[in-house]
Design a protein around this ligand. Structure first.
Ligand SMILES: *Cc1c(COP(=O)(O)O)cnc(C)c1O
Length: 393
């Protein structure tokens, strides 16, 4: 009998070590990683510089709590400001915690404006995490089921629809913020129409609302820019949440904000025991340093083009393929029917991938994948899809 809560559907494989984009199980079988622990291990596994930074920092100082200055945390905030264009950071431990921080900023902004019953605009099919406020913000009934009453104060509109967002702002004068993913991850790797985020920026400006972008999955180089919003020129959000790839597997999250927004939280108004400790911040600094040195965003853009082009070529005309889409190394293959079994079939072929929304093959390989590895992903995915639909006719 397992002593673990039964909260995950797990594949019957135990991975015990990794090397770049490769993973090895306890039988020493090798797998190509096309998931990165869900967009986390962007620099691959067992990166020697990450391992060295971890060991070095662990030998010096792991934790102090935020009762003193933490130089690594200050440097990380500075670096995050440089790559994002925002000014300040609150360092947390996870994506959901970064979202909580963003939602608390929205509430503070509301009360500063004298709005007692504020609401945040959120999107259909969104995913923001599993804490009560984050799951309430999410457009996903599965993660909400049985946890009512949900946190109130959300107005939901279809993702990518700027008219619907404009109407919501007209209908709900209590909207104080918009929280969306620049590219939806769990929602099926959905890229909004060009100009969507800028349209939201415009709406937020006109209604004195905060534009808050959840870059937890798309950020830190994955889509070919440091942040996915940077594909739209001239756009600057008020708040960004990041996590996943920031620590390459060491838990860390951050809520970034412009100066006047960060100023809504004063000493004593928000906090965390672990968040921003020297260990996690040192690793995140190393992650960002390595990524800048080898220009990981550019690599992700180039590799992503190869992956998309390869999939489109290999799956051209294949029945059952509805859409192949994505940006950088955040790619989805939407199929016409449920495809949950493909993740086990892929595992049997030595490829780790994930199925989201039931019928979308999601590919989030480490950003350090080489061309041969991309081509292998294409080959196996194309085989699996062809076999699946050949079997049903
Ligand atoms: C993974 C994810 C989260 C939640 O992050 P956790 O670290 O699991 O709490 C929030 N938003 C998006 C877009 C995510 O992909």
């Amino acid at each position: 009998m397992s002593h673990l809560f039964d909260t995950y559907v797990r594949m019957p494989v135990a991975l015990v070590r990794g090397d770049g984009a490769w993973l090895y199980d306890d039988q020493n079988r090798r797998y190509l990683d096309a998931l990165s622990g869900i967009a986390v291990c962007s620099l691959g596994h067992a990166h020697p510089r990450i391992a060295a930074a971890l060991a070095d920092q662990a030998g010096k100082l792991i934790h102090t709590a935020n009762i003193v200055r933490i130089p690594e945390q200050e440097r990380l905030a500075e670096r995050l400001a440089e790559i994002s264009g925002l000014d300040r950071a609150f360092i947390a431990n996870s994506g959901a915690e970064a979202i909580e921080c963003a939602l608390k900023l929205a509430r503070r902004h509301a009360h500063a404006r004298g709005i007692e019953q504020p609401a945040v605009l959120v999107a259909s099919d969104s995913f923001h995490g599993r804490t009560l406020a984050a799951l309430s913000a999410s457009g996903n009934s599965t993660i909400q089921a049985g946890f009512g009453p949900l946190v109130e104060g959300f107005v939901r509109v279809p993702f990518g629809d700027r008219e619907a967002a404009a109407e919501a702002f007209e209908q709900h004068p209590n909207l104080v913020a918009a929280l969306v993913e620049p590219i939806q991850g769990e929602g099926g790797v959905r890229v909004p129409p060009d100009g969507y985020l800028s349209a939201l920026r415009d709406l937020c400006d006109r209604h004195d609302a905060l534009l808050m972008l959840d870059e937890i999955q798309a950020g830190i180089g994955r889509t070919g820019r440091w942040f996915a919003f940077q594909h739209e020129t001239g756009l600057l959000p008020d708040v960004i949440t990041v996590a996943k790839a920031l620590g390459n597997g060491v838990p860390i999250g951050a809520c970034l904000a412009r100066e006047h927004v960060a100023a809504l939280l004063a000493p004593g108004s928000h906090g965390t025991t672990f968040g921003g400790n020297p260990l996690a911040c040192r690793v995140a600094l190393e992650v960002l340093a390595i990524m800048a040195e080898v220009n990981i965003p550019a690599q992700a853009e180039r590799a992503g083009k190869r992956l998309l082009a390869g999939l489109r070529r290999a799956l051209a005309g294949v029945e059952g393929v509805v859409d192949i889409r994505g940006r950088g190394l955040m790619v989805g293959v939407e199929l016409s029917e449920a495809a949950g079994e493909l993740k086990d079939a892929a595992m049997a072929r030595g490829l780790i991938l994930n199925i989201t929304r039931g019928n979308v093959i999601r590919l989030l390989p480490p950003l350090i994948v080489d061309d041969a590895q991309i081509d292998l992903i294409v080959e196996i995915v194309a085989d699996l899809v062809r076999e699946k639909f050949a079997a049903t006719v």
